[in-house]
Design a protein around this ligand. Sequence first.
Ligand code: KG4
Ligand code: ZN
Length: 337
Amino acid sequence: MLLLGIETSCDDTATAVVRDGKVALSNVSTNQDAFHAKFGGIVPEIASRQHLALLSAAVQDALERAQVGLDAIDGIAVTAGPGLIGSLVIGVASAKALAFASGKPLFAVNHLHGHIFAAFLEQAAEPEYPFLVLLVSGGHSQLVRVDGPASLAILGRTRDDAAGEAFDKTARLLGLPFPGGPALDRLARDGDPRAFTFPRHRAEGEALDMSFSGLKTSVKYFLDSAAGREAAPADVAASFQAAIVDVLIDRLDRAARHAPYRAAVLSGGVAANSALQAAFRAWGERQGIETLVPHLRFCTDNAAMIAAAADRQGDVVRADPLTLSADPSLPFELSTF
Ligand code: KG4
Ligand code: ZN
């Protein structure tokens, strides 16, 4: 099955052609960072205007790179939510028009399910069900149990900031350019993660929730203090990163104690973080659990992951091209459209 994927939930205008939910024949993403950088964050109105300007060409581009015509495509998979409403609407309206005009089936995919099925793209070995997911992005941080393509449950989530948001806000405090996560990761490589001790959120009892806003605030107070003004930015970055990684791995470890998982997946934009990847792999080795991190190009927002999810979820996410509407707060549980 050959699916055309369309993803416009935030600030990446992304399209892809994916074969059998595994092979990305093309994976195109037009990064809008240059348009948002001067505002220090994503401006929703700019994001939707850019999607509108770029999407038709991005669809053409994905088809050309995959060397297929629209007639060879078996279906169209689009992100229906969650995300920015103005951004989602551009992708959803385009996918509906394409599906209606071509008579091809339309699949409405949850963006977060896309991040999870990114782990099945271009891999020698696929994770075996049930598997555990630590999904960490700019908008979400959660632990997910996956029993099958259409059977997913959130086990725990952040109470406040997402991990990526904490990275971005702390990077800003350190005067790093937007987007802050990758810049902080690079700076931290020259720093000592034990230089300063920032607070780690503790879960109560069996709880699997997490919190990062206190950590970000404590970095802010520290930087405003006399010691903070003297501190090497690389040491602050490395110490902050160590605290966030500790909390994430602690919650993952607690989640893994609840059921006999064979595999664990690290996914979402923050999965690109070098310290988190190293800690995740070391944890898997200690626990005897197979660990899988999607390729970098499938960790951050992309359309191949949306096609990969649709390929596996099939009829469960089949949508009507006349009535589908974007849902900025689409619930994680599978809904019918
Ligand atoms: O999944 P994603 O591309 O978009 C959302 O769905 O949110 O994640 C973007 C987030 C941003 O907060 C970005 O700073 C963070 O992922 N990120 C990183 C790294 N690369 C991307 N955070 C820490 N270290 C990185 N290397
Ligand atoms: Zn995302």
